[in-house]
Design a protein around this ligand. Structure first.
Ligand code: PRP
Ligand code: URA
Length: 219
């Protein structure tokens, strides 16, 4: 499944910080343990969330230091929402909550039919006022783009206006599909890999992210 159409980078930010490249290479290695894998996913999510929230609006407020009063700055508006796509997105959620602990959490359960590669939504529970929150939608893998498009559709249906997708590894075809589906969503990814194989797995990729995070892979 090689990419034939040119890659659209309009709404894509490739977060290729040296720490991301280093940690992603460790993550990809087949002999990385479940514990290491989980920890790396968490750390990578922190860096992606940092990049994805660079332009958040701030407001002034008064802060009293032990010496005097000054104008401090804080993030304006409602707290963010982090929305993991089950299962694998849970690993990234932990990292996002490390740096944005007050974020509210919405959960979308989605599994990919391994025959048709179509996503099936099996669970949905979102904060009621998601329309007022910046949503960080997290899933380590963006392959065909089916799961992410469905997740974006669910968030839009619930009223979400500002959606930013964070993925660790993306396939070019998936990036194009998502941008075509919803050109307002921005995508922050740690790597853009070559292509998909016949099972719609990303090459070179890292295998099945959910299985590697939860330790359910068949050895
Ligand atoms: C994986 C991954 C994405 C999806 C990507 O989940 O975490 O959600 O596949 O593939 P796509 O872009 O072709 O839709 P999977 O369905 O394996 O479920 P899991 O997280 O429960 O392992
Ligand atoms: N889901 C994964 O976990 N890995 C892939 O390469 C593609 C989809």
């Amino acid at each position: 499944m090689a990419q034939e159409t040119p890659l659209n980078m309009e709404r894509v930010t490739l977060v290729d910080h040296p720490l991301v490249q280093h940690k992603l290479s460790l993550l990809r290695a087949e002999d990385t343990s479940t514990a290491q894998f989980r920890q790396l996913v968490r750390e990578l999510a922190i860096i992606l969330a940092y990049e994805a929230t660079r332009d958040l609006e701030l407001e002034d407020y008064e802060v009293k230091t032990p010496l005097e009063t000054m104008v401090g700055r804080r993030i304006a508006g409602k707290k963010l929402a982090v929305v993991p796509i089950l299962r694998a997105g849970l690993g990234m959620m932990e990292g996002v909550l490390d740096i944005i602990p007050a974020a509210h959490v919405g959960v979308l359960g989605m599994s990919r039919d391994e025959e048709t590669f179509q996503p099936v939504e099996y669970y949905k529970n979102l904060p009621f006022n998601i329309d007022q929150r910046v949503c960080l939608l997290v899933d380590p893998m963006l392959a065909t783009g089916g799961s992410l498009c469905d997740a974006i559709g669910s968030l839009r249906e619930a009223g979400a206006k500002d959606i930013r997708a964070l993925t660790l590894v993306s396939a070019p075809v998936g990036l194009n599909v998502v941008q075509e589906y919803d050109p307002d969503v921005r995508i922050f990814t740690g790597a853009i890999d070559r292509e998909l194989n016949e099972h719609a797995y990303i090459l070179p990729g890292l295998g099945d992210a959910g299985d590697r995070i939860f330790g359910t892979q068949v050895k």
